[in-house]
Ligand binder design. Structure first.
Ligand code: DP6
Length: 397
């Protein structure tokens, strides 16, 4: 008997123009367009195996080896039923296609980065879920069409269906059919962009993106200005900077937009703080680094938490890593997949004003992850399956 199964991996993305606010919370339609860089799956990825089998009792899903409930009207069940609907359309067109849309599915998913690192896993996770079901169901859908469904799992997930530089166009239609991800440029257009993720310790449980952004929509006057006046011009300007490979322009907009996102969080009632002292010290270091260089050589950006993501051309990463290691000493040497020869004792660039930040205790930054712009979802071979022949995960928590 045939086994109907597919395994796919999908990337993380980090926005340069932030998505923050929904105009429709059920369909996940945003109040502004956004734009991100897809990171390399060689370093950060979610891997998902989906299998359809008439002998299964019901749809089930395991995340990192732990079974997660599929709530009847929740985001997981929306994505799964939308994918089954697309499969049913294929079956209606082609009567000889097996009726996979009527079979329950088992789905096992795993992130290769620790959940505790505080990196957004919902984007890569929902992208991998949708891409694996698309592969299982052999759908003729484009990444943009799949992004319409991933968006209903988690807004930012729609951007992980493409590699490279990706926009989520907000759209205007009430049914959300024009609120989708599009590729601005593939990674090959500008492969030189690297990312250094600073994993910052955080004991407090922060406000989730989902609830935080709704509170911002309800209470922030500044958000209305951002939506109407700021983001549309920034979207045009950053797309242009990407197409021209203009790093200073790309970096300036990225930093301004991160700052404005955290400003609208602060403008929320009651206010939301995602940055902490370490996050702010990293902003000061990158600002001074650019000033001392007399040119913008790095950009910082922060999502709904204290971790910094530094974007920079590859040639600057060694210098930036040494600067950060000088202020944020590490117990373990920096594990660099690119072997840039980073000096773990840290080093200051010429002309750098040492006094802009204090030296923090060891482990204030838990670690650094060095990666770069990456490709879109990858189909993997059967040997990488996360489901065993019994239809249960090969790895249980
Ligand atoms: C700050 O996509 O996690 O990372 O749609 O409610 O699941 P939901 O929110 P989510 O929000 C991401 C917010 C952000 C900015 C961004 O990625 O654009």
């Amino acid at each position: 008997m045939s086994v109907y199964q597919a395994t796919v991996s999908a990337p993380v993305n980090i926005a340069c123009i932030k998505y923050w606010g929904k105009r429709d919370t059920k369909l996940i339609l945003p109040t502004n367009s956004s734009l991100s860089v897809t990171l390399d799956q060689d370093h950060l990825r979610s891997t998902t195996t989906s299998r359809a089998d008439p002998s299964f009792d019901k749809d089930r899903l395991w995340l990192n080896g732990k079974e997660e409930p599929i709530e009847p009207v929740g985001r997981l069940s929306t994505c799964i039923s939308e994918m089954k609907r697309l499969r049913a359309a294929v079956e209606a067109q082609n009567p000889s296609a097996p009726k996979l849309s009527t079979f329950p599915v088992h789905i096992a998913s795993r992130n290769n980065f620790p959940t505790a690192a505080g990196l957004a896993s919902s984007a890569s996770g929902f992208a991998a879920l949708v891409a694996s079901l698309a592969s299982l169901y052999d759908l003729p859908a484009t990444p943009s069409q799949l992004s319409l469904i991933a968006r209903q799992g988690s807004g930012s997930a729609c951007r992980s269906l493409f590699g490279g530089y990706v926009a989520w166009e907000m759209g205007t239609l009430p049914d959300g059919s024009d609120s989708l991800a599009v590729e601005i440029a593939p990674r090959e257009h500008w492969p030189d962009i690297h990312a250094l993720i600073c994993v910052v310790s955080d004991d407090k449980k922060g406000t989730s993106s989902t609830s935080g952004m709704q509170r911002t929509v309800e209470t922030s006057a500044l958000l209305q200005h951002r939506i109407a006046q700021v983001v549309p011009a920034r979207m045009d300007a950053i797309k242009d900077a990407i197409l021209r490979r203009d790093f200073p322009a790309f970096a300036r907009i990225t930093m301004q937009d991160s700052n404005q996102f955290h400003a609208v969080a602060l403008d929320t009632d009651p206010p939301i703080f995602y940055l902490n002292d370490v996050s702010r010290a990293i902003i000061a270091l990158i600002t001074e680094y650019n000033r001392a260089a007399g040119a913008i050589k790095a950009a910082y950006t922060y999502d709904a938490g204290p971790n910094a993501v530094i974007y920079a051309p590859k040639e600057n990463i060694k210098e930036i890593a040494e600067l950060l290691l000088r202020y944020f000493p590490q117990a373990e040497p920096f594990a660099d997949p690119f072997s840039l020869g980073v000096d773990n004792h840290g080093r200051l660039p010429d002309g750098f004003n040492e006094k802009v930040a204090k030296t923090f205790p060891v482990a204030s930054v838990k670690g650094f992850i060095h990666t770069r712009v990456g490709d879109g979802p990858r189909k993997l071979s059967a040997t990488e399956s996360l489901l065993g022949s019994n239809g249960l995960p090969t790895f249980l928590a």
